[in-house]
Ligand binder design. Sequence first.
Ligand code: GLN
Length: 295
Amino acid sequence: MSSAPRSWKLLDILEETSRFFADRHIPDARLQAELLLAAVLDLKRLDLYLQFDRPLDAGEVDRYRDCVRQRLRRVPVQYIVGTAAFRHLELSVTPAVLIPRPETEVLVDVALERLADRSAPRCLDLCCGSGAIALSLAFENERALVAASDISQEALQIARQNAERSGVSQRIEWLCGDLFAPLGDRLFDLIACNPPYVRHGDIATLEPEVRQHEPHLALDGGGDGLDFYRRICSDAGRFLAPAAHIIMEIGHGQADDVVSMLDGTAQYEAVDVIADLNDIPRVIAAQRRVEIAHG
Ligand code: GLN
């Protein structure tokens, strides 16, 4: 962007910034220029289109420039503006939590479907991060009683704020600890989980936005990416009521391995693999058997 002092009209600064982003290979240059400007001006993105001739004052230009500079350092737009959209909610996000992804919205669809016939379903969002899954379950099923757990205190704090903003905090219990450690003897009708599942060696190959700015704690699934599924598949049964559901997000190519882990426990039936909007197997759902053979 030119640094010569001048007065900027909204459309001009937008066009200049999109060209600038495009030259520097920032994806979706125009859209991202718009999202950042809308945040600075506290407008909805589409309302920018009604104000193309609006002059920006010096403070607005400075704040916008600061956002543009962050974006050039590959900070994701959601961290710059501080929020991410997920289903019906707008969630606060900071680099302490993964930015919720559209793929995870599919997991919530599957969970809501499986809860449809339950009267007061006890749900757990294991590794809740920003709270996207937990809060959506509570928001979209008003009978749901939700627990949300995470190993990161910082993440839980953000999730709690998000719950308050979304008006669902009275139906959510917060638990801090490593996977099942903080659960005591609680039993659930549904456990939903989007665990870290990226292979350790693949982290270096992720987009700079992810690799440099998102929390590796929420991404790194160990050498083969499957560390958390091994632990979840072996331990979840103890926290699931008979006929309860377990629903997990998985990474590309992990479906067969995770299905075998579930099958290997002999505790689950109706194991199902559901594809995301790009037709990639993305969610595994299963039901805990009512009768579990012992011995
Ligand atoms: N979907 C994320 C990514 O590919 C990974 C999320 C996770 O590990 N749970 O960047």
